[in-house]
Write a protein that binds this ligand. Sequence first.
Ligand code: 5AD
Ligand code: FES
Length: 347
Amino acid sequence: MKELIDKLYKTQTLSPIEFKKLIDNRSPEILKYLFERARAVRVENYGYDIYMRGLIEFTNYCKNDCYYCGIRKSNLKVERYRLSKEQILDCCTIGYELGFRTFVFQGGEDGYYSDEKMIDIIHTIKSSYPDCAITLSLGEKSYDTYKAFYEAGADRYLLRHETANEGHYSRLHPAGMSLENRKRCLYQLKEIGYQVGCGFMVGSPFQTTDCLVEDMVFMKELNPHMVGIGPFIPHHDTPFADFAAGTLELTLFMLGLIRLMLPTVLLPATTALGTIHPKGREQGILAGANVVMPNLSPTNVRKKYMLYDNKICTGDEAAECRFCMQKRMESIGYHLSVSRGDHKSIH
Ligand code: 5AD
Ligand code: FES
């Protein structure tokens, strides 16, 4: 197994059979070896700086019905909210003062925010904070819409592919959503010029090792600037309420593999990772991640953006999360960076 990790480190790729062998035969010893290598690669590319992104969850309305997600449209128990342009700007003002230089706008697929409305918001924020990067996470849109958002000033786009296996994709999503369209979006975003992020949940229902292997193969092909992965965590009001959560161990292992396969990728230690273990985000960094995304959403809406049960930070103010994160990163010898934190290829 160590030879396979060395091979991945040296050549930045493995065959599907090799990936499968590595994932299926992992052991505590192999994890330790992988994480040491992954940290070395991360340090080589980004030093001990951890980039932070302010996450603004601006709407929990969604027209989609993904079986895993707490804010799916069929969940009638969710109290829905939308932030106004002014509320969004207030989040950025608070965030800027706290040192955030990237704002991530994330929401359900909500038709209320027309292209015109989004363009106005993007444009206003970009003019108010020209030294900040804008990341969008708004789901599937047309090429023209993506292009218009980019021209309005958006820099980056996050769209997790969720799984690169067709059959698995159709067991996580109702008819009408397709992996094919998801991939189309990701390639178009890249073509337009965005820094692009894909990603998936670890341990989602029906996921097999082969699915994870396909995720690795797909990510190698797409060559994204960012990859967001976290454990699946059941939400009690979804069809997947009774499935087990993904494990810390496998999530960390996948983070390490991704760091070796895509050495310069921007890789967050996600909130979901922090939810399944009190030190999950720290362990994510120690497995090769280099980004954290503290919540900047107004405190009064946080509990309403529950994609999964027991999500952390839903009772904390933006400043609390910001300084909590700084302490957490310093506790493991890392430094929370006040910069845009672009992908290495951008400099
Ligand atoms: N557990 C973990 N992650 C989830 N997401 C949605 N629902 C869940 C869940 N139950 C992730 C999806 C989505 C991102 C915004 O959150 O991967 O792309
Ligand atoms: Fe939110 Fe620690 S990061 S409270």
